[in-house]
Write a protein that binds this ligand. Structure first.
Ligand code: AMP
Ligand code: ZN
Length: 488
């Protein structure tokens, strides 16, 4: 398996530190508001990456934090006349709930910043003792960026270039404009904890470093987040961890591309966002995921409702193909053309091989999905051409391949239609004098009656059958292997 390491700018052979086991950490949200689908892109991308590692046989330990103390949370609480804790609790719960709706697996460990103050203070103490950090007169503690010779390596920045930006926000409490806060002295009315440097709260970069060390142990195999986190957040996390513990921090850095709207990054501050909740009101989680997976995780992805609609249609086409294959398998007449069946099985095997090769090539979901779109086209052609004489084994293998591949990606195809309603017995009785109590048989009778009516050009009866079915929420679908009743 090859993974692009954004630190080295190269695709590398993936070799976890411990054979067969992967430890990964992905920065979680700051819980001050509902997440938007840009945030969701990052979380869904790493969910798929994690699922593929698991499907490849690795035992994966996945940790993700909740940043539940931060300026944004405090500001939101002040605006709304609530406590910061109340705001953070509400949006943590909503985040977890909407991640479930998006079919994102729960992390194995979900630490919260406010519950990890002790380990963070421990890390800051270790940094001060080793001369990498200092307590300023105002009660803040800063990290000395120049004390870390490897600073800049995660994001590919040079100290001299950083100085240009840092001078603009010069702060007299820091020894050097590049230094960043590990601990922020308490301001009145803000959440605060006691520390050797007085009451205060941790800086954002501090929590991830401490949590990675506490829950996964350093170094870890994979550290991820959106590309906007590479600097300064990931750079600063790495600087603290390497200077505190001298064990290295993360072997592979993975960064997802940004979700854009009309070419601009989707963000709260620009106001060009749609929340994940509102998108899932209108569209299925599977369609949103499919849309995202059709672009490689590192590339930017331009979101539009039309593209989401397109993904919804593609999903419908895939699910219908699986249903048609299963239906054809269940109604196979036993007179199938063996060569054609073998060709369909070969096509399914080709798709599986291409899927695996694409996913092993830096999680190329776009290639993986395309392999199965191609198989769906081939399966549809097969069903059209064989008419009723389908090869049951080939159809079953092909349907299982398609459904299995999308399931590995976390894209749920719609559930097979539930049983046809019992009311059908009454419709059958009224239309074709069927008085038994087998719904499937009633459906067969109705379909046969409708076929007969059409053959006899008895449009009145054919229409009456269609209308009564429609009133029950059913439609007749004519497939290559015959007609069947479906829920509309
Ligand atoms: P935040 O709560 O702002 O720290 O964001 C949570 C995650 O969403 C981080 O990994 C960000 O990099 C990521 N993120 C934010 N905006 C976007 C976007 N437009 N597209 C993709 N990921 C994003
Ligand atoms: Zn982080």
């Amino acid at each position: 398996m090859k993974i692009y390491n954004s630190k080295t700018h190269a695709k590398e052979d993936f070799r976890p530190i411990e054979e067969g086991r992967v430890r990964m950490y992905v920065c979680g949200p700051t819980v001050y508001d509902n997440i938007h689908i840009g945030n969701a892109r990052t979380f869904i991308s790493f969910d798929v990456i994690r699922r593929w590692l698991i499907a490849s046989g690795y035992e994966v330990t996945f940790a993700q934090n909740l940043t539940d103390v931060d300026d944004k949370i405090i500001n939101r609480a002040n605006e709304q006349g609530r406590t910061a804790e109340d705001v953070a609790t509400e949006f943590s719960e909503r985040f977890i709930e909407v991640m479930h709706r998006a079919n994102v697996m729960d992390p194995d460990v979900r630490p919260r910043a406010t519950k990890e103050i002790g380990p963070m203070i421990g890390m800051i103490k270790a940094l001060i003792e080793q001369g990498h950090a200092y307590a300023a007169d105002n009660g803040d503690v800063y990290f000395s960026v120049r004390s870390d010779p490897s600073y800049g390596e995660v994001s590919g920045r040079k100290i001299d270039d950083l100085m240009v930006g840092a001078r603009i926000e010069e702060n007299e409490d820091k020894n050097d404009p590049l230094d960043f806060a590990l601990w922020k002295a308490a301001k009145p009315g803000e959440p605060q904890w006691n520390s050797p440097w007085g009451p205060g709260r941790p800086g954002w970069h501090t929590e991830c470093a401490a949590m990675v060390h506490r829950y996964l142990g350093t170094p870890i195999d994979i550290h991820g987040g959106g590309s906007d986190l590479a600097f300064p957040h990931h750079e600063n996390e790495c600087a603290q961890a390497t200077c505190a513990w001298h064990e290295g921090f993360a072997n592979t850095w993975m960064h997802t591309g940004m979700l854009l709207v009309d070419g601009e990054k989707m963000s709260k501050s620009l106001g060009n966002f749609f929340t994940l909740e509102e998108v899932l009101e209108k569209h299925s989680a599977a369609a949103l995921r499919l849309l995202m997976l059709q672009t490689h995780y590192r590339s930017p992805l331009d979101f539009s409702w039309e593209r989401l609609e397109g993904a919804e249609n593609s999903l419908e086409r895939i699910a219908t193909c699986v249903e048609n294959l299963m239906w054809a398998a269940n109604h196979a007449s036993g007179e199938a053309d063996a060569d054609r069946g073998a060709a369909l099985i070969a096509a399914a095997e080709r798709a599986a091989a291409e899927f695996e090769a694409s996913m092993d090539d830096d999680f190329n979901t776009a290639g993986a999905v395309a392999a199965y779109f191609q198989l769906v086209t081939e399966a549809n052609t097969y069903l059209d051409e064989v008419g009723g004489a389908a090869d049951a084994e080939a159809c079953t293998a092909c349907a299982a391949g398609v459904a299995g591949a999308f399931s590995v990606l976390g894209v749920g195809l719609r559930e097979p239609k539930e049983e046809l309603p019992v009311g059908l017995l009454g419709v059958a009785a009224g239309l074709v004098a069927y008085t038994g109590d087998d719904v499937d048989e009633a459906a067969e009778r109705i379909l046969a009656a409708r076929a007969e009516a059409r053959a006899a050009k008895n449009w009145e009866l054919a229409d009456a059958i269609r209308d009564q079915l429609r009133d029950m929420g059913l439609v007749i679908e004519d497939t290559a292997a015959g007609s069947r009743l479906k829920r509309a």
